[in-house]
Design a binder for this molecule. Structure first.
Ligand code: NAP
Length: 510
């Protein structure tokens, strides 16, 4: 860690309130990752709207480098700065003020925050000619509306106050409608919520009844607390592709980071900080984030029954183990699509090789091709062994392409434990390959191995790498129980003895 000194530049977020803001941890962790934490520091301050003019004066006097504005200051700040970027002008809001030697320029990065996750999901140019239904016409909606129109979509804005929807629609060349016409969203390719519905006192409400959502749609919620709103949960259950509000927060933040520092933003680090933040809450809430493996070897109906049983038992994640497949018929795209859509919770897809303790009878080439198809079908997570990536010279980014699937890169030692430096080295190789999650599984030889796993989890949590660390076998059980509370992303648990996929795996009743 570098030391803050007299040359360190200040960036600051102002809002009212601001104490909930994730910008400081996101930016400061990114500074540390790039070793520029002696050059920049990111703070937060609650400022009331009548003091914004004074704050802008302070920015000039103190040479503050970046002023991030959140609710309710995005309009107010525009009155006091020197220049406004044309896009921010068109949107009518500024969330990023850059101080270049005393000249203050206002930008808007919220629109980038909306467009990038949509294009990650739909592919580049994927918004062209798509019918987008945007619910809401407030500040966030203005940025989202600008972004989707800029990228070629056809937009209809639905709002409680029809007049506001009309004004925005007329400014940008969109259609508008009232919430009484919400049934029409069933014909849209993409539905976006940018109202307050789904958060705070409206957490049990959804802007769109699920009867109007179908599996071919992309559903995006700008709300990011809770991490997954009722709107997204119901859309997931319908098999639609969903995008969480945290993705918007992330990408507006990376764009802002680049304005302030002139360095490319460390996307994965910033993403990990945000996801860790929410996972910590999930883990605290559920005590342990539980992944239940399901051996896939039968009809979709029989798998669906096991999914229902797993969800009812408290699963947070389902792992489909395709290496158990013994049916004399290839797994085709229709089956993969059905598999993708039968769970209301996140899914991992695994085709574990025999060399790493799995049951697959496929060649590596066939396994890799199956995993690639799983990525194309947007499974939430796809698990591939580090040894397979190395042997076939594959990088995760080539594997992922434009998909939002997170890649778990895994390592299994079925004979013994490894020492900490060996495991850190393996984890470094995984990160270098581009892993989103590093899964490291060894065989417990007792307390010593378990402590190595605990240290691995703790040290990587501190640097923002997402780890699943497990020591298998009877003596490793404590790593399965205690690991998640230290920062391991999830733990595997089975519903019954038949579902067991690794030594020492616990039953849900444990
Ligand atoms: P805003 O300017 O106050 O706009 C609020 C919008 O929600 C308006 O369209 C309002 O409709 C509508 N609304 C509020 N309560 C409603 C209700 N009970 N029923 C129907 N409509 C209702 O707020 P904002 O800054 O745009 O923020 C909106 C949401 O986006 C918030 O949840 C915020 O957290 C989220 N957001 C997320 C990000 C991110 O990075 N993910 C960034 C910015 C904002 P009326 O016009 O009728 O009042």
């Amino acid at each position: 860690m570098n030391v803050i000194n007299a040359q360190t530049k200040i960036c600051i977020i102002i809002g009212d309130p601001v104490e909930h803001s994730l910008s400081p941890i996101m930016h400061n962790t990114a500074y540390r990752a790039l070793h520029i934490d002696n050059q920049f520091v990111f703070l937060a301050s609650r400022v009331s709207i009548e003091d914004v003019e004074q704050i802008v004066k302070a920015v000039r006097i103190m040479g503050i480098r970046g002023l991030t504005c959140t609710i309710p200051h995005k309009l107010e700040v525009m009155k006091y700065i020197d220049k406004i970027d044309p896009i921010a002008q068109k949107i009518g809001a500024v969330n990023t003020v850059v101080n270049d030697n005393g000249v203050l320029t206002g930008y808007n990065t919220d629109w980038i925050g909306a467009v990038v996750p949509l294009e990650n999901s739909l592919g580049k140019n994927g918004l062209i000619d798509k019918n987008v239904a945007l619910i809401g016409a407030g500040g966030a909606s203005r940025a989202i509306a600008y972004g989707v129109i800029e990228r070629g979509a056809k937009l209809t804005i639905y709002n409680r106050t029809i007049e506001t929807a009309k004004i925005l629609a007329n400014e940008l060349g969109a259609e508008f409608a009232s919430l009484d016409q919400i049934a029409d969203v069933k014909n849209a390719n993409i539905i976006i919520n940018s109202t307050n519905i789904g958060m705070g006192s409206l957490a049990n409400e959804t802007p769109v009844p699920d009867k109007f959502i179908n599996r071919d749609q992309v559903i995006f919620d700008a709300v990011y607390v809770p991490f997954e709103t009722l709107f997204l949960k119901e859309a997931r259950a319908k098999g639609a592709t969903i995008i969480h509000g945290i993705e918007m927060l992330l990408h507006q933040g990376t764009a802002q980071f680049e304005y302030y520092t002139n360095h490319p933003a460390p996307l994965e680090t910033m993403k990990t900080v945000l996801y860790n933040h929410f996972n910590i809450h999930e883990i605290q809430k559920n005590k342990i984030n539980i992944a239940i493996p399901i051996q896939v070897n039968g009809s979709i109906q029989s798998i669906k029954k096991r999914v229902v049983q797993a969800v009812a038992s408290g699963a947070d994640i389902i792992e489909f183990r395709l290496d158990y497949w013994r049916i004399n018929k290839q797994i085709d795209d229709i089956f993969l699509k059905l598999l993708r859509n039968i769970t209301p919770i996140p899914v991992i897809l695994t085709v574990r090789s025999a060399q790493e303790g799995g049951k697959s009878i496929l060649t590596d080439v066939e396994r890799i091709s199956l995993l690639r198809r799983a990525v194309e079908h947007n499974f939430d997570f796809v698990d591939i062994e580090l040894s397979t990536l190395v042997k076939h010279n594959i990088d995760v980014k080539d594997f992922k392409k434009d998909s939002s699937t997170k890649i778990i890169v895994s390592y299994h030692n079925f004979s013994t434990g490894d020492d900490l430096s060996t495991l850190q080295n393996i984890k470094d190789q995984m990160i270098k390959k581009g892993a989103d999650i590093c899964k490291i599984v060894v065989t417990s030889q007792g307390e010593e191995t378990n402590n190595v796993i605990f240290n691995l989890i703790k040290s990587n949590k501190q640097v923002g790498h997402v780890i699943v660390g497990i020591a298998m076998g009877e003596t490793g059980v404590s790593t399965r129980i205690k690991g998640p509370s230290l920062g391991s992303h999830f733990t595997f648990v089975t519903v019954d003895k038949q579902g067991n996929t690794a030594p020492g795996q616990l039953y849900i009743c444990d």
